[in-house]
Write a protein that binds this ligand. Structure first.
Ligand code: PSU
Ligand code: MN
Length: 311
């Protein structure tokens, strides 16, 4: 049904209506489906996240590149293709023109999901973890961070995995003017673990508080996004001390193999998955569901600003 929808058509469809009202819409990422989780859990999770967004009063739009088209909103068949095909490229910003020119399928990272979402007029986006500054002296910095600096989107995540250099990641975000919100926390969450020992810029305890900061950012005409970090639910948390040995081993293996560029993150993710087994998978799924819920609440709160209360 959506297969011939161009970016332009979708953009019109997702824009605020002529009467000034807006519908709450939440963009969802696809690299986590194609490259971040194993089959069949990836497909189940992708469907479940869309369902959670609907249950919370918003409309889901999973973002991806299908046959070279930038899409926000996929058919069930397309979602399945992303979850099962071996020919889906991981698409960061620099890969976008390539997949478009060659009419390829691409799973979008946080960076490209933000960009495509904003092109479609969508302001809120839920994912698992963002990329960041990698450990070691390899100068590997995810394009996600620059995207947060320049593209207007609220990115709801569980922080970043400790596969990264978290202090350096936060310094980078500060340098480029990205506000980091802790949702119900004063600490930057470390994906599997609720705490990292590193402070966020501001704590928010409700979707309304996040919406107020986003609105102020808009009024000030500040470029870039807002990073909302939500700690993993308590029952799914893996304490830092337990996950750290697996992280260290995975990082060391990546170095030994001389991995570079886009292959580093997927390798680290899959090695940690293998080393920690079902536990990390369970944690990953739990935080993704939770982030879909929080993002929906923020999208609903943001819509409340331009419509009179419907009761
Ligand atoms: N971190 C995770 N899970 C993920 C990713 C990162 O815990 O699935 C994915 C996201 O799509 C993120 C991308 O945008 O990896 C970052 O890749 P790179 O470091 O190559 O920029
Ligand atoms: Mn990288």
């Amino acid at each position: 049904m959506h297969s011939n929808v161009s970016l332009k058509d979708e953009k019109v469809r997702n824009s605020p209506a002529m009467d000034g009202t807006k519908r709450p819409i939440v963009a969802l990422e696809s690299t986590v489906i194609s490259h971040g989780l194993p089959y069949p859990q990836n497909l189940e999770l992708a469907r479940e996240m869309e369902q959670i967004v609907r249950q919370h009063g918003a409309e889901p739009r999973t973002v991806a590149v299908i046959n070279g088209e930038l899409r926000a909103g996929l058919s069930p068949q397309e979602l399945e293709r992303l979850a099962t095909s071996q020919h889906v490229r991981k698409v960061s910003r620099r890969d976008l023109p390539v997949v478009v020119a060659r009419r390829l399928d691409g799973a979008t990272t946080v960076a490209t999901t933000m960009w495509i979402a904003s092109q479609h007029g969508i302001e809120v986006f839920a994912t698992g973890g963002i990329g960041g500054v990698h450990r070691g002296a390899g100068n590997d910095i995810s394009a996600d961070l620059q995207e947060l600096a320049q593209t207007p989107a609220i990115v709801v995540c569980a922080g970043a995995k400790a596969i990264l250099d978290l202090p350096a990641t936060l310094e980078y975000l500060e340098t480029f003017g990205v506000t980091v919100v802790g949702y119900g926390t004063e600490e930057f969450p470390a994906f599997y673990s609720r705490s990292s020992g590193l402070p966020v810029d501001v704590r928010c305890d409700s979707a309304g508080e996040v919406a107020a900061i986003w609105r102020a950012r808009r009024e000030l005409a500040l470029p870039g996004g807002l990073l909302v970090t939500v700690p993993i639910p308590v029952e799914a948390e893996i304490p830092a001390a337990e996950i750290e040995p697996a992280i260290e081993q995975a990082v060391a293996e990546a170095e030994t193999r001389g991995l570079r560029s886009a292959e580093v993150t997927p390798f680290l993710l899959s090695r940690i998955g293998a080393l920690t087994g079902q536990r990390s998978l369970h944690a990953n799924l739990a935080l993704l569901r939770n982030n879909a819920r929080v993002a929906s609440e923020i999208a609903v709160a943001l819509c409340g600003e331009s419509v009179t209360a419907a009761g």
